[in-house]
Design a protein around this ligand. Structure first.
Ligand code: UDP
Length: 332
């Protein structure tokens, strides 16, 4: 059994990872400053003798030094995420993502601990040449457009992680997460599925940005945590970068229709007037002027398949049903 330290472990993905690791008999310590993470995400884990948590920032040297020294593997997920936050607080994005990761790597290197770094599909920018392979080019807009600061901050983190691996032989694995969804994800920071589900259940119009022809591939968080755990136990993965995501593509307009149908079914309502319940919102109203959205985003998942035999299992309808159930239970 191993001891995992999960930075950002009270977040949506981190809390699912903590739960899955505890179920397998591992030890888990979470550090989270609860900026976007929520205590209620990890509350059910408190009381498990193999679980500990610290509410603190990852740049608290005294705390991090101790926690890293006591663990076997660091999964570094603490970061500023979500398009809305990135546009609202760009200084915080750059500081947290770059300085925070540098700090985690420095402390991990001090104790020679393995680091799994959570990166993102935003790395590929507006490259339209899907599916994206790990060694594909990055296509970014100008530095005057705030959106690209997130992609760039995560790219610097990747460079730094690989540099620590090459220079100091630090065991580092990088995984790039593509649109991950499931229970506990909040729509507060712009994520589309929890927003659509909340809107559908409360009878509000579904806000589809642009013309809705942009497409994404959504993966269930429970599949994602399987992938992360498999990578953490694969010595050949060290020094490598992996995409984690689904290849099942759906347009955002089609997604809105699917959410409405499944939400109606869950509420026992007849699915009527689906088209009238969708509202197209121009991008400049939804975000800021000059905002660029990705048209398509799909991972090539051949590499992670070859290394650890992983592929996603849940269909989009299963994902949506899980999110709808969660949302209905929470509002009871
Ligand atoms: N989106 C939308 N309505 C919303 C929120 C998002 O149409 O209320 C769109 C958004 O413009 C993007 C897609 O849904 O094209 C996925 O957005 P999300 O923020 O979930 O992820 P990302 O942009 O990082 O893929």
């Amino acid at each position: 059994m191993s001891h995992y330290l999960i930075t950002g472990g009270a977040g949506f993905i981190g809390s699912h990872l903590s739960e899955a690791l505890l179920e397998r008999g591992h030890y888990v310590t979470v550090i989270d400053n609860l900026s976007t993470g929520r205590f209620e995400n990890i509350a059910p884990l408190v009381g498990n003798p193999r679980f500990r948590f610290a509410i603190d920032t990852i740049t608290n040297e005294i705390v991090m030094d101790r926690l890293v020294s006591e663990c076997d593997i660091v999964v570094h997920m603490a970061a500023v995420v979500g398009v809305e936050l990135i546009l609202k607080d760009p200084v915080n994005v750059i500081e947290t993502n770059i300085l925070g990761t540098h700090f985690v790597l420095k402390v991990a290197n001090r104790y020679r601990k393995q680091v799994l770094f959570a990166s993102t599909s935003e790395i590929y920018g507006k490259n339209e040449n899907v599916p994206f392979r790990e060694d594909d080019d990055r296509v970014l807009g100008p530095a005057t457009v705030a959106r690209w600061s997130y992609s760039s901050s995560k790219a610097v983190d990747e460079f730094l992680s690989l540099a620590y691996h090459r220079k100091n032989d630090l065991p580092v694995v990088i995984f790039r997460l593509f649109n991950t969804v499931g229970p506990r994800q909040t729509g507060r920071y712009g994520m589309v599925i929890p927003r659509f589900v909340r809107q559908a259940l409360s009878g509000e119009p579904i806000t589809v940005y642009g013309d809705g022809n942009q497409a994404r591939c959504f993966v269930h968080v429970k599949d994602v945590v399987e992938a992360i755990i498999a990578l953490s136990a694969c010595p050949q993965a060290i020094g490598q970068v992996f995409n984690i995501g689904s290849t099942d593509e759906v347009s955002i307009l089609e997604l809105a229709h699917r959410v409405l149908k499944l939400a109606d079914a869950a509420l026992g309502r007849a699915p009527t007037g689906i088209d009238e319940r969708v509202r197209l919102v121009p991008y400049e109203q939804a975000y800021t002027a000059g905002f660029e959205d990705m048209k398509r985003r799909m991972p090539d998942i051949g590499k992670i398949g070859r290394y650890v035999g992983w592929q996603p299992r849940s269909s989009l309808d299963e994902i949506l049903q899980d999110v709808i159930q969660f949302s209905m239970q929470r509002s009871q």
